[in-house]
Design a protein around this ligand. Structure first.
Ligand SMILES: [Mg+2]
Length: 160
C-alpha cells in the first residue's frame, strides 16, 4: 500500500556554467563551441563551457596559463559582464519563486528551495518542471539536487 507522504525535501538549483550560459543567450553562434569567461581584470578563468572543460582548461586558472590551449582550439573568450549576469540571475530567481515564494538565494547562480509542500512521489516530476520552466523563461540551463538537508542537496546536485 502506498500512502501520500510529505517529508522534508530541499532542492538546490544551480545554473550550469552560468556566465557562459548568459553570454550564449546573446551569441547563438557559440552554443556548441568552447567558451570561457574571465574575471574582472581579465586575469583568471571563472566560467567554462563543457567544451572548454573537455580541453583541460581549469577553473580559476590564470588566462596566460591557458592561453596556448585557448588560441590553438579557437576558444571564445569573454570579459565578465556582471550587470548582465545580475539581471539574468534575478530573472532565474523570480522564476524559482513561482514554485516556492520563500527561496534562499545562495549565490548569483544557486538557490535553495523547500519543496516539502510537494508530495514525495511528485518531487522528481517537480524538479523536472523547475528545470524546464527556468530554461523556457530565461534560457538558462540548470541542475537540481534534492535531499533532506541543504548540505545533502548540494552533494546531490554535484552528482546530478
Ligand atoms: Mg553553477
Amino acid at each position: 500500500m502506498s500512502s501520500t507522504q510529505y517529508t522534508k525535501k530541499i532542492a538546490l538549483v544551480d545554473c550550469n556554467s552560468f556566465y557562459v550560459s548568459c553570454e550564449r543567450l546573446f551569441n547563438p553562434k557559440i552554443r556548441k563551441k568552447p567558451v570561457v569567461v574571465l574575471s574582472n581584470n581579465d586575469g583568471c578563468i571563472i566560467s567554462r563551457s563543457n567544451e572548454a572543460k573537455a580541453l583541460g582548461i581549469k577553473m580559476g586558472e590564470p588566462y596566460f596559463k591557458a592561453k596556448d590551449i585557448i588560441v590553438k582550439n579557437n576558444v571564445n573568450v569573454f570579459s565578465s559582464n556582471y550587470s548582465l549576469y545580475g539581471d539574468l540571475s534575478r530573472r532565474v530567481m523570480r522564476t524559482l519563486k513561482r514554485f516556492n515564494s520563500e527561496i534562499e538565494v545562495y549565490s548569483i547562480d544557486e538557490a535553495f528551495l523547500d519543496l516539502s509542500n510537494f508530495k514525495d512521489q511528485d518531487v522528481e516530476k517537480v524538479g523536472k518542471e523547475i528545470r524546464e520552466t527556468v530554461l523556457q523563461w530565461t534560457g538558462i540551463p540548470t541542475s537540481i539536487g534534492i535531499a533532506k538537508t541543504k548540505t545533502l542537496s548540494k552533494v546531490a546536485n554535484h552528482i546530478a
